[in-house]
Design a protein around this ligand. Sequence first.
Ligand code: AMP
Ligand code: MG
Length: 356
Amino acid sequence: MNTIIAAVDSGITEEEPNQDLELASEILKKGGLVAFPTETVYGLGGDALNPDASRKIYSAKGRPSDNPLIVHIADETDLQKIAKDIPEAAYKLMDVFWPGPMTMIFHKKPIVPDSTTGGLDTVAVRMPSHNVAYELIRRSGVMIAAPSANTSGRPSPTMASHVREDMEGKIDMIIDGGDCRYGIESTIIDMTGEVPTILRPGYITREMLEDVIGTVEVDPAILGEAAHVRPKAPGMKYTHYAPKGIMYIVEGESSNSVIRCINRMVKERQMAGCKVGVLATRYNAMAYEADEVIVIGDKKDELMISSNLYRTLREFDARGVDYIYSESFAGSSLGTAIMNRLIKAAGHRVIQAPSV
Ligand code: AMP
Ligand code: MG
């Protein structure tokens, strides 16, 4: 399949005509697939109400069919068409966080095909704030089912070049709208239970949600603290987000202890003939003696770290490292979301550095 590549300025306004968005709209209406930028990561979009389109999405990604898709809308009135029993709290959250990186789960109406929801009787819905995503949904009049536009198991794409790596030749069109601002997927919050529950952490934190609606719970499966607990978001059970090299996260009391521990392990791997990478924060980077040291950002700037995370993991793939040792970024609220992705990328391999 020939994949059309088109660039659309992220500053596009409602009035501005755009031929590429027109073409993308036609493709969506005919059941084809278009990858597009959002403020979180790039999405692989198809018509959410067309079962053929969602089947094509699973096939292009190689995604297990029990892993449901998020439906992207551009108008709150579309929510009533696909979801029922919408609680008052959901409207409060929408007022504050939509459009934006928050996905809510509701009971679904029959119009939503089972193939879009992975057979569940609930549907995940989000209204993205990225102009290009928003305009694509609005202009096409199509509610767009879209998971991240990566091959299943690889780090999510945060740049159009990542989407091309994974999807060129497999889908109809890729819209390049520049780099994604947040770089990690949306916060998912289940609104179907007694107490709203976070199923996947993201930029919108528990504290931010609680400020608006009071008590919010967190699925214990998050951060893998309870390995035996089955996550409520089916997608959270897969190793996913993983780079090709084997990754370890190193935690420690101080930067010195972490640096010393990582350098020792790097040396051991190198002596065994392996190529080794380190994922470092800016001020520590100079201290590492690895083959490839990639700086993810300043330790204090969590938004920078989240927006660089997947790009950095893909960069290690490109440089062909066998092992990756990463510093830990636990800490405040966005740190929870970052660590959730990083721990998955590392397949839960976390090492405690001995104190120095
Ligand atoms: P992605 O768009 O690739 O980030 O994947 C969508 C995520 O949303 C996956 O982790 C899904 O398991 C989750 N998800 C989508 N719909 C539902 C739903 N109805 N209930 C629970 N989780 C969902
Ligand atoms: Mg994904």
